[in-house]
Design a protein around this ligand. Structure first.
Ligand code: GLN
Length: 413
């Protein structure tokens, strides 16, 4: 009983049962919980959860958190069921089921011409987020510096800090969201252990060009700096552009953890399966963390993906699929007072609202949800100093009618 209570102090402290029957235990536990020194004292609930909760509370159309509101492929669901019925219901190997690692290796070779060895260089994880956590934790030691490019997905800095590392923030240049490579080069020194990249870039929709790759290669060449490359949106890139994966460039691949997501590719964000590609020594260290973080991922889903991903058309057609949604959303918004910024990849569209309001993006996002019934992400939440450019991020991974209804509301403002 006591052990249960200690394991769940917040639940028990909130519960009427505990207050009615165990006041003494509760007093003692309050003292225990008071003594916890937070490792992340300033951290708040992630903006993606905050905005989704606000959207639900006010019954607003949720274009904030990035997930499709249409379903995945019925064939993929049938495959999961098939593998469940065939008895694939126990632990998978820690690194992932071998058929899936083999299919991933084939895909990466097909896409980027890179060879990763399934037994030693590919790890299946609980979403790309787990790979990010494990990769950073595997290599960052106390006082190591880590370059984070803002606006930055909010899963990076806290993990660096948990490991005693020091985030060194650089900002993409507004409004193009390009990297200033001189500034980047100046930020790197002998203490720089890691650079975290995220392309196609969430939230801005920026992508890396060949010139960017040339700058990056030339700068890191003289260093021992490693790269964590979050490529969750690798297949969502528009207007005929090519995704410059770190895997495509051997001199960068040799120092990179390349992290990808099945959820973004197959409309299954809730299944939480992703993977990490890295040379053997890096994968070995990452797996030491992964084996005690989750040990292994959902077996029947891995088996189903292994069979399903043989069909290359689905991921090769993803750019066209989402480009059509981007263009539909943009044309629906043409008569609004929002101004679109370029969206070259991902399923997010940045819209400038400076003609409508001078409010901070946080205040405007809140009011948009509560008063106008559309939720979006305020990017200031993705800057350590809350930089506010009067833009909001809208997710267009939505059904036609959802985008139409949202645009109708937005055009009225
Ligand atoms: N990656 C998604 C986004 O950017 C969801 C993030 C989350 O909910 N943690 O919206």
């Amino acid at each position: 009983m006591i052990r249960n209570i200690i394991a769940k102090p917040s639940w028990i402290l909130d519960s009427g049962w505990a207050l009615a029957y165990c006041p003494k235990i509760i007093d003692a536990l309050k003292d225990v919980t008071m003594n916890i020194q937070s490792k992340l004292p300033d951290l708040q609930l992630t903006i993606f959860a905050v905005m989704t909760q606000l959207a639900i509370k006010h019954d607003a159309i949720n274009l904030s958190q990035g997930f499709p509101d249409f379903d995945t492929y019925p064939e993929l669901i049938s495959l999961v069921e098939k593998y469940m019925r065939q008895g694939h219901n126990q632990y998978a190997p820690m690194q992932g089921v071998m058929p899936l690692r083999e299919r991933i290796a084939e895909k990466v070779y097909h896409m980027y011409g890179a060879q990763y060895d399934p037994p030693t260089e590919i790890t299946v994880t609980s979403g790309a987020t787990e790979s990010v956590f494990a990769a950073i934790t595997a290599v960052v030691n106390k006082d190591d510096q880590v370059i984070i490019i803002e606006p930055a997905y909010d899963a990076y800095a806290p993990v660096v800090q948990l490991n005693g590392g020091i985030p060194v923030y650089l900002q993409l240049k507004f409004p193009d969201y390009t990297i200033d490579w001189d500034e980047f080069e100046n930020a790197i020194n002998s203490k720089t252990k890691l650079i975290i990249l995220n392309y196609p870039h969430n939230p801005s929709g920026a992508v890396l060009t060949k010139e960017d790759i040339a700058h990056l290669s030339q700068i890191v060449e003289k260093t021992n700096t490693l790269i964590v490359s979050d490529e969750a949106y690798e297949h969502i890139i528009f207007d005929g552009r090519q995704h410059e994966s770190m895997a495509r460039h051997p001199q960068l691949a040799q120092r990179s953890f390349v992290i990808c997501s099945f959820g973004k590719t197959y409309h299954t964000t809730g299944w939480k399966i992703g993977y990490c590609l890295a040379p053997e020594p890096l994968s070995g260290e990452l797996q030491k963390i992964h084996q005690y973080l989750t040990f292994a991922c959902n077996t029947p889903i891995q088996m189903a993906y292994a069979e399903f991903m043989v069909n290359k058309d689905l991921y090769l057609n993803l750019p066209a699929f989402y480009q059509q949604k981007r263009d539909m959303f943009l044309s629906l918004m043409e008569n609004s007072r929002f101004r679109p910024l370029p969206c070259k990849g991902t399923y997010y569209q940045m819209l400038d609202y400076s003609q409508i309001s001078g409010e901070t993006d946080l205040d405007f996002a809140r009011r948009l949800t509560v008063e106008h019934g559309v939720a979006a992400i305020p990017p200031s939440a993705l800057y350590h100093q809350k930089d506010d450019h009067k833009v909001l991020r809208f997710c267009f991974a939505k059904k036609r009618e959802t985008l139409e209804n949202a645009a109708e509301k937005l055009c009225r403002i």
